[in-house]
Design a protein around this ligand. Structure first.
Ligand SMILES: *Cc1c(COP(=O)(O)O)cnc(C)c1O
Length: 369
């Protein structure tokens, strides 16, 4: 098993989620002991303090190459000065997707689905986070009273069938609070499915070595998990074991990646990510274009790059492995898929298609009446 930097830590500690959280690296001095930091990173850690703080689990740190400043895990977790640069701070909005609504923590964008944000705590503060605005609020989770207010809203809205619980990381909450939320939601007849958006399989997979947590998730079925692998290097033996334990409890796991400049904006990288995801039985569901979030805009690449990646995958991996590439529209107008076009020309029922390998194929598709 690969375990860079922490060879002396006993196995029982390394496999403990609580140990991973307690020993998160949060300061420049601590991080310097492991990584040969660039001036850009050192300045980044200083300038983001209190605004976009840093926290890195020993496990996630162990995936970094200490000698490569462009390591994909390193780019996602270590602050860089560019986050605070005028050109990044002056563009984008803290809440570009208009999530903040009348009920704190609740966003009701689509009729059938609501989003609940239940904590600002994360195991690792991803530098590209779409909710970077909440980092500076400190680590705080919702109280039972606040949960009750959200649950009351959902009870009064019978059109809601699907509740997406996010954060921060919702599975970082205490087991008591996780169970409280699930129990209250399950009292509502019209709530059909519950989804957790959690990056813990990537950042601290040890969380899922806790059978009591898995018992709770299994008990309130149907529950789905959306997770967030961005790079093939993140799919380790421990991550695979976490996913396996989740799947064995009847909880499907989908992946939502974000297209990030320098991290995964490369067709072969994304192909390898999808292949590794299918091998651990995680469906690559979405590839999101990076949102115009203040402090994260330097991760943005072009839509042409996203289309190129999706086109590259077709023909090289099963359709199951090709995520839906999507942008989240500004002003809370929701997600829209973007797809390469395979229709070159159309005249009535006659189509000219381009096949995955570039051939033009004429095909008349008419209705049989
Ligand atoms: C993304 C999102 C959802 C869920 O969308 P799906 O396509 O069902 O995954 C729901 N509510 C909000 C506010 C969202 O941003």
């Amino acid at each position: 098993m690969r375990r860079r930097f922490f060879q002396d830590v006993p196995e029982s500690d390394w496999l403990s989620y609580e140990w991973q959280i307690k020993n998160r690296i949060k300061t420049l001095e601590e991080l310097k002991r492991f990584i040969d930091l660039t001036p850009e990173e050192e300045e980044g850690i200083r300038r983001t303090r209190g605004i976009y703080p840093m926290a890195i689990t020993p496990y996630y740190l162990s995936l970094m190459d200490p000698e490569d400043p462009s390591d994909p895990v390193r780019l996602q977790a270590i602050p860089r000065a560019v986050e605070m640069d005028e050109k990044v701070q002056s563009r984008g909005e803290p809440d570009a997707l208009k999530e903040e609504g009348p009920i704190p923590g609740l966003t009701h964008r689509y009729p059938d689905r609501v989003l609940m944000v239940v904590t600002t705590f994360c195991a690792v503060y991803c530098r590209h986070c779409m909710r970077k605005r909440i980092f500076s609020k400190g680590e705080r989770s919702v109280t039972r009273e606040e949960i009750d207010i959200m649950v009351d809203y959902i009870r009064r809205h019978e059109e809601v069938r699907d509740v997406l619980i996010s954060g921060g990381d919702p599975l970082s909450l205490s087991l008591e609070k996780i169970e409280y939320i699930l129990k209250r939601l399950r009292e509502i007849k019209h709530v059909e499915i519950i989804r957790f958006g959690t990056r813990l399989p990537v950042l601290a997979p040890q969380r899922f070595f806790n059978d009591r947590l898995l018992d709770i998730l299994e008990k309130y079925s149907p529950i789905w998990i959306n997770t967030h692998f961005n790079h093939p290097n993140e799919i380790t033996e421990l991550a695979e074991e976490a996913i396996d334990r989740i799947l064995r409890r009847g909880i499907p796991v989908n992946n939502q990646a974000v297209l990030l400049k320098g991290v995964n904006d490369d067709p072969e990288t994304m192909l390898q990510l999808s292949r590794k995801l299918l091998r651990i039985k995680v469906k690559p569901q979405y590839l999101f274009h990076c949102d115009p979030i203040r402090g994260a805009i330097h991760f943005r690449t072009t839509v042409d790059k996203g289309i190129e990646i999706i086109r590259y995958m077709r023909g090289r991996i099963s359709g199951m492995g090709i995520p839906t590439y999507a942008v989240d529209l500004p002003g809370g107008k929701g997600k829209v898929p973007i797809s390469p076009s395979y229709v070159v020309r159309r005249e009535g029922d006659k189509f000219i298609f381009q096949s995955y390998d570039g051939d033009l194929v004429e095909y008349t598709i008419d209705e049989v009446t």
